[in-house]
Design a protein around this ligand. Structure first.
Ligand SMILES: C[S@@+](CC[C@H](N)C(=O)[O-])C[C@H]1O[C@@H](n2cnc3c(N)ncnc32)[C@H](O)[C@@H]1O
Length: 459
């Protein structure tokens, strides 16, 4: 970024409009669009650029309801970029310190830069009206769930139905900026030593209570500021996600499969645990762990590769559809399998706020079918007595306990192992015990929402 030719960069606002337009047109997730376009913004403007993109997505249900109430007609699809300009203007007026006149003027100027001068009057009028009547407008819309809870109506309905007692906690935690949590590589350094090193650099942290490797930073920093990051001393990973490797507790004598692995956060953690479990003899004989990581998307498999390179571990990486076992499995059964299936990601909305824009109820139905296929097929690759840990970052029982209930009713050789029984180090007081497995809800300043269920194959 620092070497970027200034001439090839643009104002963060303009690039944010491109990112948001693409997200609104469902041309990829926010993170994909950020990866694609962030190089057009200089490093000193990155924070503002990300604040604009994440902020509009995080507040989208509310901003969208406000915008629609102020427009006589919604914009046509070809003018989605203008809608992005309007949302960005409303976001600046409501949530940023930008002076109101600057927010309006910048929005009008943005129409010109898009060669859509015809829209300048409209954008100017809508934003000025909002500026004058903000409280009244919001008051009038407050009965809409999208405004009251800042979540899409269908999602609010499902949360209320499934989690009447945790509903408020879920909404509150999903609407805020998440904390930065790291996983210390306990194979290289203790959590206490690393915490002290960070403290000496002025980076204050607290230890998480779920994972023995977790540290929460009181203020997010760039990974470049984390000592030894490039050499694998730590990784950025939510604390709930860190439970996977702790529950599976892999050892060097076992064959391990990570079946939906990219970007490799949990693969790296499994390898750290494996390396830590190595005996002196195994170390001196350079015995390698047996871990296979599978990922459907080639470009995402590359992310696992670079993650493992940074950590200094190796694994067998395969680009394949985990449910097509005949295409990738060598018929050598696995002792332990991590199945972190694709899911609605409703437990991590605060990290992926574009879910509020683009996730639809029909997606969940499709995901349930995919999860079922992968689970059924991968089950065949597990050894008798072996363990499979089913994981999602979803809050939907349909993808979690109900998925497992259906699986158990169809697989006579599968049984559920109550969590905590495998690894004695694990705290007993985590998550909510549901009909099958455990559900974690997102918490303010704490872990993301997650679901785990441990299954064992009968002998
Ligand atoms: C929840 S993410 C996994 C996160 C990963 N375990 C980690 O901790 O970094 C699910 C991954 O499964 C991949 N995936 C989706 N369908 C798949 C399939 N049929 N076979 C293998 N991987 C699949 C997705 O591309 C995505 O990278």
């Amino acid at each position: 970024m620092n070497q970027l030719d200034q001439a090839s960069t643009q104002a963060p606002r303009q690039v944010a409009i491109q990112v948001l337009t693409n997200v609104l047109l469902q041309q990829g997730s926010l993170s994909t669009q950020l990866n694609r376009l962030q190089t057009q913004v200089t490093s000193d403007q990155q924070a503002l650029f990300k604040e604009l993109c994440f902020g509009v997505c995080r507040q989208f249900p509310k901003l969208n309801s406000i915008a629609l109430s102020l427009l006589a007609h919604p914009f046509e699809e070809k003018d989605t970029d203008l809608y992005a300009v309007l949302l960005l203007g409303l976001y600046q007026l409501s949530y940023m310190k930008t002076p109101d006149h600057a927010a309006v003027n910048e929005s009008v100027e943005a129409c010109r830069l898009l060669n859509k001068d015809w829209a300048t009057k409209l954008i100017n009028a809508v934003l000025r009206r909002y500026q004058r009547e903000e409280l009244e407008i919001i008051d009038n819309l407050m009965q809409m769930p999208s405004v009251e809870f800042n979540h899409p109506k269908w999602l609010v309905k499902r949360y209320k139905k499934h989690w009447p007692n945790a509903f408020e906690q879920i909404i509150e935690a999903s609407n805020v900026h998440p904390p930065m949590c790291i996983r210390v590589n306990l194979d290289r350094v203790s959590r206490e030593t690393y915490q002290l090193t960070l403290s000496e650099l002025g980076i204050e942290t607290t230890q998480g209570g779920l994972s023995d490797a977790s540290l929460y930073l009181s203020k997010a920093v760039s990974v470049n500021q984390l000592p030894g990051f490039d050499d694998g001393l730590c990784s950025v990973q939510d604390e709930a996600a860190q439970l996977s490797a702790q529950i599976l507790n892999p050892t060097m004598s076992e064959r391990i499969l990570d079946a939906c692995a990219a970007p490799g956060g949990k693969t790296g953690h499994l390898l750290e645990c494996l390396s830590r479990s190595q005996s002196e003899e195994q170390k001196s004989n350079s015995v390698l762990p047996s871990l296979t990581a599978i990922e459907l998307e080639a470009w995402r498999l590359e992310k696992i590769e670079s993650n493992l390179d940074r950590l200094g571990y190796c694994a067998e990486l395969m680009c394949a559809d985990a449910s097509q076992t005949e295409e990738w499995w060598d018929n050598q059964a696995y002792d332990k399998i991590l199945l972190d299936v694709p899911c609605s990601a409703t437990g991590v909305i605060r990290r992926n706020p574009d879910i509020k824009l683009n996730r639809k109820p029909a997606d969940i139905e499709e995901l349930i079918v995919i999860q079922k296929q992968i689970l059924n097929k991968v089950w065949a690759t597990l050894k008798p007595n072996g363990y499979l840990l089913y994981a999602t970052c979803s809050l939907m029982p349909e993808e979690n306990e109900q998925q497992i209930a259906a699986f158990l009713s169809e697989q006579s050789d599968a049984s559920e192992i109550k969590l905590n029984h495998l690894n004695a180090n694990l705290s007993l007081n985590w998550g909510l015990e549901v009909s099958h497995g455990k559900q974690l809800f997102p918490t303010l300043n704490g872990n993301d929402g997650f679901y785990y269920c441990l299954l064992q194959k009968s002998a």
